[in-house]
Write a protein that binds this ligand. Structure first.
Ligand code: GLU
Length: 508
């Protein structure tokens, strides 16, 4: 066998925002391609003009870019096998539909939508389902049932027609799927699918097969929902006399609880995003949340997705994109669906918070602070981030855990006040104020702590009592980092201000 260059494609239809399942399909294609030094293509399958949604194509590209899934050939990138948008390849498909007609594998069908609807409802009335197939086609208006002359006349008169595939009778089509092994379908269970529509556009099936052939795709890696299309595609390759690509149908991503495929509604109900980026429906204005806007790191999102359906065969859970490429293998993709766990997604984000350098996190936190009108030197933010990232999953958590590094408390936690701000405490805090004001040493956590402790001991105060009250003044609650570190960071003047303010306001 000649070693062909691996070429895969992600072929979404721009009918809305890309679901996280779609991103996973793109990711597995990408990992497989890069693992084998191959090409990853993005092809936009927009032959169904009625389902076209403005902005969806841009959304898809932005989502892939955010995830770090780099496209080798595509709408924006160009490439030798373009155009990569099917609507721009429109002219090209007719010829192949014609080839199938000429070889007797496809036929013209003149039945109108209304005619077919009528037959469908008559069948439904009898509790049957209508299928356009070998049995029914003889009674319908098509080039197999009608005399040749009539067909030619109708075409010459400009009558609307579609081109249908002539499905074989009672043939078992067996195809190897990399993930599922041999899969067999009997053609009697399949219908005469439309390949070419009356609007001059191919359907998904024809366009997909023609493009995969012309674009030299070696592996078709796509979602399980396309498995039923595989026999038709296999037959199309056969009848067109083309070599088939290899197929791999990825398992579904399942709901966190209950049965079935993860859907948009699950996310809304349980409060997690199902889309990589936020999406605003252009028609209804409805906004769906996105991982990016919800504060997930792209690396964490990708890492989480990679492990939905694939496992490395080891205990390792954290993978960079490079490591994923190295470790990925379609053989380790399971057949059965994997349950999506929103808590695990958060867990990954928390892990990435620890992995990402504090400098980089600080850049992000800085943006957050700026939006709140807080402008501090980046060096200061880096210190805060290094101290608190262990307790954070998302960037705003750093604020929740450490707002007091940037602003004096406005309110004081009631429960803590009741418990810690007892009689005599304000007077004690005033003495501490004076002690700090007169403190001459270096304003550094350990040094301050040492002298402060001596002062507390000399006054025979309980250390716990003092520290709790002191913390209440500085932080406003019984939480936060080491108190002397906080004091060092905010500076002596601000420490004094907060004690003064606390004595004035707490318990009042
Ligand atoms: N256009 C199809 C989709 O929207 C592509 C399926 C395939 O990869 O063949 O998912």
């Amino acid at each position: 066998m000649t070693q062909q260059k691996v070429r895969v494609r992600f072929a979404p239809s721009p009918t809305g925002p890309l679901h996280m399942g779609g991103v996973r399909t793109a990711l597995f294609n990408y990992l497989f391609a890069k693992k084998h030094n191959g090409d990853f293509l993005l092809r936009i399958e927009d032959t169904d003009q009625t389902r076209y949604v403005a902005g969806a194509e841009e959304y898809i590209m932005e989502a892939l870019a955010w995830c770090g899934i780099n496209i080798d050939e595509g709408v924006r990138e160009g490439g030798k096998y373009g155009p990569y948008r099917q609507s721009e390849r429109k002219e090209l498909y007719r010829e192949y539909a014609q080839m199938l007609i000429d070889s007797g594998n496809a036929y013209y069908a003149f039945d109108t939508a209304e005619e077919l609807d009528k037959i469908r409802s008559t069948c439904e009335g009898k509790g049957e389902t209508f299928t356009y197939n070998a049995e029914t086609r003889t009674k319908l208006r098509n080039s197999l049932s009608m005399p040749k002359g009539d067909v030619e006349k109708l075409i010459a008169a400009g009558e609307n027609y579609v081109i249908r595939f002539k499905m074989a009778v009672n043939v078992n089509v067996t195809e190897h799927d990399i993930i599922r092994g041999a899969v067999t379908f009997n053609t009697d269970r399949l219908d005469d699918k439309v390949l070419f529509k009356s609007d001059g556009m191919p359907t998904y099936h024809l366009a997909n097969v023609v493009d995969d052939h012309l674009m030299k795709i070696t592996h078709v890696i796509r979602g399980e929902e396309w498995l039923p299309s595989m026999p038709l595609h296999v037959l199309l390759y056969e009848k067109l006399g083309w070599e088939k690509p290899a197929f791999a149908h990825l398992p579904l991503i399942l709901k966190p609880v209950g049965k079935g495929k993860l859907s948009k509604r699950d996310g809304d109900k349980m409060g997690f995003p199902v889309f990589p980026l936020q999406w605003t429906d252009p028609k209804t204005g409805e906004v769906s949340s996105g991982y990016r806007e919800d504060g997930y790191f792209p690396g964490a999102f990708v890492n989480m997705l990679a492990l939905l359906g694939w496992n490395p065969g080891t205990e390792q859970e954290i993978f960079s994109m490079e490591e994923l490429i190295e470790a990925f293998d379609l053989d380790r993709v399971g057949k059965s669906g994997s349950k999506f766990d929103p808590d695990k997604a958060k867990w990954f984000n928390h892990q990435y918070m620890q992995i990402i350098e504090s400098e980089e996190l600080s850049g992000m936190f800085h943006v957050f602070l700026k939006e709140m009108g807080i402008d501090v030197p980046l060096k200061y933010t880096i210190k805060v981030v290094s101290m608190l990232k262990e307790r954070a999953t998302f960037i705003p958590d750093i604020w929740e855990q450490g707002y007091y590094f940037f602003t004096a408390p406005e309110t004081y936690d009631e429960k803590t006040v009741k418990k810690r701000w007892k009689e005599g405490v304000p007077e004690m805090m005033l003495q501490i104020y004076t002690f700090i004001k007169n403190y001459k040493g270096e304003w550094e956590a350990l040094a301050v702590k040492e002298q402060f402790s001596e002062f507390v001991t000399a006054n025979e105060w309980g250390f716990g009592v003092v520290m709790n009250a002191f913390r209440l003044c500085i932080v406003g609650a019984a939480l936060g980092a080491d108190l002397f570190e906080i004091c060092e960071m905010i500076g002596k003047d601000e420490t004094l201000n907060r004690i003064e303010k606390g004595v004035k306001k707490i318990g009042k």
